[in-house]
Structure formats: structure tokens, C-alpha cells
Design a protein around this ligand. Structure first.
Ligand code: NAD
Ligand code: MG
Length: 402
């Protein structure tokens, strides 16, 4: 067994921390090469102390200085750098075999793409990369022949339930050609699945970030509460599995035990089940095609007792419909959707806008910006910047008119 040399992008986040937990259980299999974080320096120092990476990368010079001081005090010899190019460097370094892409938002795209182009084993948690640049990313991954393993629990479940030949090379055929009718993408429905819709405008940040089943970063928690997370995941599934939108069905399943399913032509439905613990898909990605201990409690079906399923409520969760619409529109529409959502969620977390204003910001961006086809990453990044600028202005106008 050859040891994997791992870079963890977004090492201080929820996925990053869980990844390091799994790695620590298998020192003979994994060695950490580099860790990155934006600004959570104390957490990064603690991780460097345990994993002794060669490199650590942070957002900017100020944080790099803080990190260097902290490491020096503890006698840790990790080399410190900062910025976007440094993230790319630790993702493509020749000794690196595996990159965990767990930065949140479009900020994670460049390094993730670079890792794919450099033929690394890419463990993809950063779904925004696929929403922003799905086709170009998948083209790059196919071209380099990199091993791409989805970490998002639903996509990991689907990957496990797909035929082996298809999941590794989805663009050499189609779902229909391998006997698949639909992908059933499960959704917990988030914390507001049954809340009185009339009270949605009073939703607080604390309520929105408190997911009933999963413990996650703040942005994805708000996305789950608005069901934009599921919308982003539909787009993610479209690209990962070469799946037309008509073959992706969202199924609300409040227990988050069935992580998603694949429905075959002969009537079979293959599902992957497990406790809602991200260490399962992370361990799957790290060890694929083998299986390793992830530290996850065995699923107790008797304790769960029942599993419920229902269709999603598009009126309650307009973000889900906006994501389907952006996918259907194509071109740079998903990039515009994603960028406007990032700005709107940030504004909601900073208590500048209401929960119910998140879809308004996104809808305005989608309807008022001209959505163009694109040829290159630069054109997509342009659409991303325009959408961010539009959303910021929209929110500022709203604030000044109140
Ligand atoms: P998080 O907020 O807990 O962590 C994000 C990490 O990214 C942190 O290490 C942070 O320092 C870093 N970061 C943030 N902004 C950055 C920037 N501008 N430049 C560089 N680094 C930056 O987020 P998370 O919950 O761990 O989610 C990470 C990604 O994984 C997201 O794309 C999310 O959608 C996806 N994901 C998360 C979960 C989950 O259970 N948490 C499940 C499925 C998918
Ligand atoms: Mg998910």
C-alpha cells in the first residue's frame, strides 16, 4: 500500500476538521503535506502541531505573520505562505497525491481546478466549483484522467450506487445507456421544513444555522435552511454524473439516513444509508476503492424506526426553483446564481437582510444581468464578479431605502 500525501484546502472548516480526524486514524496510509485556512489561525496552528505539514497557506500577509509567529513559538517548522497562487502551489506540488477541496464558496475553485489538471486524486467537497464551472471542470478532470471522488454526502451516495464503469467515466456514455432512469437526490428539508411560512421573514441567524441533522459551516447551513444547498447539489449532480436536470429528482427525507438513491430501469432502486456523519464519505474518498474505519457509529435502524419521503415544496423554498431555472438556462446562469447567493447569505449572516430576501437578491441578479454563453474560466469569473457587484449594490440600495 502506497502512502497518500495529502493537501487539505480549508483545513479548519467542518469538512477539513473531519478529514484530519479520519487521517489521524490511519497514519500508515496518509501523510499531510499542506493545510490551508483563511483566518482561523489558532485552529490552524493546532492542526500543524498534530500533523506537521510541510506547508501552511492562509488568506493574506497579516494572517501569515500571525501564523509564522505562532508556529515559531512552538518550534514547528511548517513553511508559511498566503494567497491564491500559494493555494494552487500546494495543490499541484509533485509529491502530493491527494487534494481535499474543502474551501467554502467560489474562492475554492482555482486550486481545485489546478489539482484536477495536475491529475491528483481530488476529493470534492467544494460544490461551488461545480456550480460555477461544472462543464469546464469536468472537461479538465476527464482530460487529465484524475480520480474525482464526490464528498458531498448525497453525491457520494450516488457515486456508490452507480455502476463502477459509469461512475469513473460518466462522459463516455449516458445514464439511460447504463439502464438508469433517475437519480433521487435526498434533502432533509432543513430546519424550516414545517415552520409556518408566514413567519419566514422573522427567521434569525441562530435559527438558520442550526441544522436538525448535520453539523456544518455557517454558509452551507444557511443554504440548507433555504434549500439553495439542494439547488446547488442538483447542479453538482448534473455535472458529476452527466445527468440531465429531468433525470434528477429531489426527495425530501427528514431523517438524513438515506443519503441518495439511483433508480434503474428494471425497478431496482439502489441507496446508500448511514449516520449523518461526513467522515463516512470522506473516508470513502480517501480510501477508494478500499474501505477504512472512519470513526463513525454504526447505523442503528431500530433506533431510527422509520424513514419518511415527500416531494419538495417549491413555494416555501424559492431558492430551489431558482437553481433549477439557472441550470435550465445554462451558460453563465449557475455562476450568477452562485455568486449572488454567496453575497446574499453573507449579508443575511451579518444581519443586513432578512432570510426571505436571499431569493430576492438572486432572482434580481438572474433576471437583470445578461447571461451569456462562455468559453473560458475567465468569462465565468467575469460573470461571477458582475453578479457579486450587482448583489452588493442591490443590498445597499435596499438598506438605504429602509
Ligand atoms: P466551513 O465554513 O466550516 O470551512 C470553510 C474552510 O474554508 C475554512 O477552513 C476556511 O478558513 C476556508 N476559507 C473560507 N473562505 C476562504 C477563502 N476566501 N480563501 C481560502 N480559504 C477560505 O465550511 P464547510 O462546512 O467545511 O464546507 C466546505 C465546503 O464543503 C463547502 O463548499 C460546502 O458546501 C461543502 N460541504 C460541506 C459539508 C459539511 O458537512 N460541512 C457537506 C457537504 C459539502
Ligand atoms: Mg450535501
Amino acid at each position: 500500500m502506497q502512502q497518500q500525501i495529502v493537501t487539505v484546502l480549508g483545513a479548519t472548516g467542518s469538512i477539513g476538521t473531519n478529514t484530519l480526524d479520519v487521517i489521524l486514524r490511519h497514519p500508515e496510509r496518509y501523510q499531510v503535506y499542506a493545510l490551508s485556512a483563511a483566518t482561523q489561525i489558532d485552529k490552524l496552528i493546532a492542526a500543524c502541531e498534530v500533523h506537521r505539514p510541510k506547508h501552511a497557506v492562509v488568506l493574506d500577509e497579516v494572517n501569515a505573520e500571525l501564523l509564522s509567529q505562532g508556529l515559531r513559538l512552538r518550534g514547528i517548522e511548517t513553511h508559511v505562505s498566503f494567497g491564491a497562487q500559494a493555494l494552487v502551489d500546494i495543490s499541484v506540488a509533485p509529491e502530493v497525491t491527494t487534494v481535499m477541496a474543502a474551501i467554502v464558496g467560489a474562492a475554492g475553485m482555482s486550486a481545485t481546478l489546478a489539482a484536477a489538471k495536475a491529475s491528483k486524486r481530488v476529493l470534492l467537497a467544494n460544490k461551488e466549483t461545480l456550480v460555477l464551472a461544472g462543464q469546464l471542470f469536468m472537461d479538465a478532470a476527464s482530460h487529465s484522467g484524475c480520480v474525482l471522488l464526490p464528498i458531498d454526502s448525497e453525491h457520494n451516495a450516488i457515486f456508490q450506487a452507480l455502476p463502477e464503469s459509469y461512475r469513473e467515466k460518466p462522459y463516455q456514455s449516458s445514464l439511460s445507456e447504463v439502464g438508469i432512469e433517475r437519480i433521487l437526490l435526498t434533502a432533509s428539508g432543513g430546519p424550516f421544513r414545517t415552520r409556518e411560512i408566514e413567519t419566514f421573514s422573522q427567521i434569525t441567524v441562530a435559527e438558520a444555522v442550526k441544522h436538525p441533522n448535520w453539523s456544518m459551516g455557517r454558509k452551507i447551513s444557511v443554504d440548507s435552511a433555504s434549500m439553495m444547498n439542494k439547488g446547488l447539489e442538483v447542479i453538482e449532480a448534473r455535472w458529476l454524473f452527466n445527468a440531465p436536470a429531468e433525470q434528477i429528482q429531489v426527495v425530501v427525507h427528514p431523517q438524513s439516513v438515506v443519503h441518495s438513491m439511483v433508480q434503474y430501469r428494471d425497478g431496482s432502486v439502489l441507496a446508500q444509508l448511514g449516520s449523518p456523519d461526513m467522515r463516512t464519505p470522506i473516508a470513502y474518498g480517501l480510501a477508494y476503492p478500499e474501505r477504512i474505519d472512519a470513526g463513525v457509529k454504526a447505523l442503528d435502524l431500530f433506533a431510527i424506526g422509520r424513514l419518511d419521503f415527500s416531494p419538495p415544496d417549491f413555494a416555501r423554498f424559492p431558492c430551489l426553483g431558482l437553481a433549477f431555472a439557472a441550470l435550465k438556462e445554462g451558460g453563465a446562469a449557475p455562476a450568477v446564481l452562485n455568486a449572488a447567493n454567496e453575497i446574499a447569505v453573507e449579508a443575511f449572516l451579518n444581519e443586513k437582510i432578512k432570510f426571505t430576501e436571499i431569493p430576492m437578491v438572486i432572482e434580481s441578479a438572474l433576471s437583470q444581468l445578461s447571461i451569456l454563453p462562455y468559453q473560458s474560466i475567465d468569462e465565468l469569473l467575469d460573470a461571477d464578479s458582475q453578479s457579486r457587484a450587482f448583489a452588493v449594490q442591490y443590498i445597499e440600495r435596499k438598506l438605504t431605502s429602509c
